[in-house]
Design a protein around this ligand. Structure first.
Ligand SMILES: NC(=O)c1ccc[n+]([C@@H]2O[C@H](COP(=O)([O-])OP(=O)(O)OC[C@H]3O[C@@H](n4cnc5c(N)ncnc54)[C@H](OP(=O)(O)O)[C@@H]3O)[C@@H](O)[C@H]2O)c1
Length: 324
């Protein structure tokens, strides 16, 4: 396992991050423990979590597992999703962020979060309020770095502008969706991250399971997120994605690589990417994603795989005069 700098921070993270969304959900406590241990054995020091995963259970399980080695690990959590019935139990108001961080710290049994992600954009809270609330948490030592997931490029840049102007802690890392069928981030978000030296930890490198070889235009597995989870069925409910998945899986097998391994390696190869966040429901699944670090991806191979999918159009239509 290689270790890379997270953006412009001096923090070194493993080139794969493990996502704990399955903890307490599709993986029980015992399987979560096995996966956690397998990640440590593989050299992973970077674990992604969120307050909403399995209703807080994921943080509790991860919190138990990190006891005794917490200082050797880089731990994240997130805020935004609804965590209670009252009208203020969600979003990014200073009021909710201040409350939610305490709950995450308690469940994770730690005194600080290394990265604290705002999970989505909140149209009801001014960006300045969000940035100031996170800066206060940095000053209080409850979080080390603010970070952002699922925001548009202009929203991230606006927040960075406020941080620069006001001298506040800035977002040091972004967490966008990125895989062979979801490539919107290539247009604005990844270039922004490179320009501003942000760490990039993309989620869903396998498209929630789509790119693992078990989905084709005609076949569906009996069990799996894309046949069981409404949100993911909607997110990936496009015929073209299944055509890409089928072509991609054939390509991977012809090269003697597990499709899941190649899908993660493809994400990892983008120059803006720090560490893809891999996910699994058991150790057997996890092995294929871990093997991605062994793949010797080249620019040519990356392009060949990219050509199996749709490349999103550039951010501006006036291209005929552009020079390199
Ligand atoms: N910021 C956000 O909004 C956000 C959103 C999503 C995820 N995340 C983070 O990113 C992490 C990874 O995301 P993800 O779970 O969506 O990643 P993913 O790698 O795209 O999908 C993982 C899923 O694919 C299937 N799978 C994995 N390996 C497989 C294999 N070898 N063979 C067959 N199926 C396999 C499993 O689901 P099935 O067994 O059900 O098919 C597994 O849960 C999460 O844990 C979380 O930390 C963040």
């Amino acid at each position: 396992m290689n270790y890379v700098l997270l953006g412009r921070t001096g923090v070194k993270v493993s080139e794969l991050c493990f996502g704990t969304m399955s903890f307490g959900a599709t993986a029980d406590e015992a399987e979560s423990k096995r996966m956690f241990q397998r990640c440590l054995d593989a050299g992973i020091n970077f674990f992604d979590c969120a307050n909403v995963y399995a209703g807080g259970r994921s943080e509790e399980i991860l919190g138990d597992l990190i006891q005794g080695i917490r200082d050797e690990l880089v731990i994240t959590s997130k805020v935004f999703g609804r965590v209670g019935k009252d009208v203020n139990a969600g979003g990014l108001s200073r009021r909710h962020i201040t409350r939610a961080v305490e709950d995450s710290l308690r469940r994770l049994k730690t005194d600080r979060l290394d990265l604290y992600f705002v999970h989505q954009f909140d149209r009801n809270t001014p960006i300045e309020e969000v940035v100031r609330a996170l800066d206060d948490l940095v000053q209080a030592g409850k979080i080390v770095y603010p970070a952002v997931s699922n925001w548009a490029a202009w929203q991230i840049m606006k927040a960075l502008g406020i941080s620069y102007r006001e001298g506040l802690a800035r977002f040091e890392c972004i967490q966008p969706m990125y895989n062979l069928v979801k490539r919107q981030v290539e247009v604005e978000i990844l270039p922004l991250a490179q320009e501003e030296q942000l760490g990039v930890i993309p989620y869903s490198p396998l498209g929630g399971g789509l790119l693992t070889g078990k989905y084709t235009t005609k076949e569906r597995p009996a069990q799996g997120r894309l046949v069981e989870n409404d949100m993911y069925m909607k997110r990936y409910g496009v015929d073209f994605y299944y055509e890409v998945a089928e072509k991609f899986s054939e390509h991977a097998r012809a090269r003697g690589v597990h499709p899941a391994t190649l899908a993660v390696a493809w994400v990892l190869h983008h120059p803006a990417v720090t560490a893809p966040i891999i996910g699994a429901r058991n150790v057997e699944q996890l092995e294929a994603s871990l093997a991605a670090v062994e793949v010797e991806m080249t620019d040519e191979w990356w392009q060949e795989i990219s050509n199996l999918s749709y490349t999103p159009p550039p951010a501006t239509d006036r291209l005929e005069e552009q020079r390199r």
